[in-house]
Design a protein around this ligand. Structure first.
Ligand code: ZN
Length: 327
């Protein structure tokens, strides 16, 4: 594993310089000396990197590289002709560092295709830059539609603005298919309503590497984003699709967390099926969310996956469109 360059967080220099800036801003602009202007530029450059994260890379062989630390796992594949395919982009605030890392591992190979495994910001943070450079942005059609729409979800105050047209997906699909990327065979498929309603997987059959997108959260409970079409029953179904795609030797890339194999995938499917059965039986018995929480439907999984409250709340809510006749 190669540890990449780290950009510094907000430093003492920045904080003390803020004080200088506050004092100096009372002066007229014409009094600013050249050295001050230089320091001002330096300050804003520093602030620009304040949110940067530590990225690391992992060589998966066959010109495939995993980038960690940008907000989501990013899979980079360089094809025989040098063209680069990127699966998910991380958060926009890390875009400059992510693009530098991609250039580094591909010898400045041109990124000709970016895949969004779903619409969330952790996946779409390179859309603006790579779209402007003319890369194909590939996604499920539902993902494209979410990215053209303002979204505000009922459980949080965060609002998501639509992406500019130049950053929206340019090629979409509905079911499944395959494409040739510079000599690399790429298979893809729709995972239906699962984490969202636009989830896809990307599979490189010759390299035997599978990116499962947002359906796979391997470092904690996932967001059960029912507001944009996800639901817990569909999450189980999607995991079963991935089990059909993978074989015993497949290297499986989740949206977050460490790499997985088919055994991990099966265990994850079984866990969510267990939780789904419990929550849905409570839901059909008209249990409130408070009753469901008190019954601890994730009890034996909590030690590994952490506090499940938000996941259980969203999972319970996600059943409403599927179990309520007039919903
Ligand atoms: Zn997501």
């Amino acid at each position: 594993m190669i540890i990449m360059k780290v950009l510094s967080p907000m430093s003492e220099f920045n904080i003390s310089f803020l004080r200088v800036l506050a004092t100096t801003s009372k002066r007229k602009a014409k009094e600013l000396c050249p050295s001050f202007t230089f320091l001002l530029a330096l300050f804003f450059l520093s602030v620009g990197s304040a949110s940067a994260q530590q990225l690391s890379t992992q060589d998966l062989g066959n010109s495939l590289t995993l980038i960690n630390g940008a907000g989501a796992n990013i899979l980079v594949k360089q094809s025989a002709n040098g063209d680069v395919l990127v699966v998910d982009g991380g958060l926009a605030e890390n875009a400059r560092q992510t693009l530098a890392t991609i250039s580094d591992v591909t010898g400045n190979g041109p990124v000709t295709m970016l895949v969004n495994t779903h619409w969330h910001p952790e996946q779409t943070g390179l859309n603006q830059q790579l779209g402007a450079q003319g890369a194909i942005i590939f996604a499920h059609e539902n993902t494209r539609q979410w990215l053209t729409t303002a979204i505000s979800r009922p459980w949080e105050s965060t609002k998501f603005a639509p992406l500019p047209v130049s950053a929206q997906p340019t090629e979409t699909f509905f079911h499944y298919g395959n494409l040739d990327h510079g000599g690399t065979d790429v298979q893809y498929g729709y995972l239906r309503q699962a984490h969202t309603d636009g989830d896809l997987y990307i599979y490189f059959p010759n390299e035997n590497v599978l990116h499962g997108g947002g359906v796979l959260s391997n470092d904690g409970w996932p967001l059960m984003d029912w507001w944009t079409g996800g639901w817990i029953g569909g999450l189980v179904d999607a995991l079963e699709v991935l089990l059909e795609v993978a074989n015993d030797d497949t290297v499986i890339v989740p949206a977050n967390g460490p790499l997985m194999d088919k055994t991990d995938l099966q265990a994850m499917r079984d866990m969510y099926d267990t939780i789904f059965q419990r929550i849905s039986s409570g839901f059909r018995a008209a249990n409130s969310i408070e009753v469901t929480l008190s019954e601890m439907p994730t009890a034996e999984f909590k030690a590994r996956w952490g506090d499940p409250e938000q996941f259980v709340r969203r999972a319970h809510e996600s059943l409403i469109p599927h179990y309520t006749p007039d919903a």
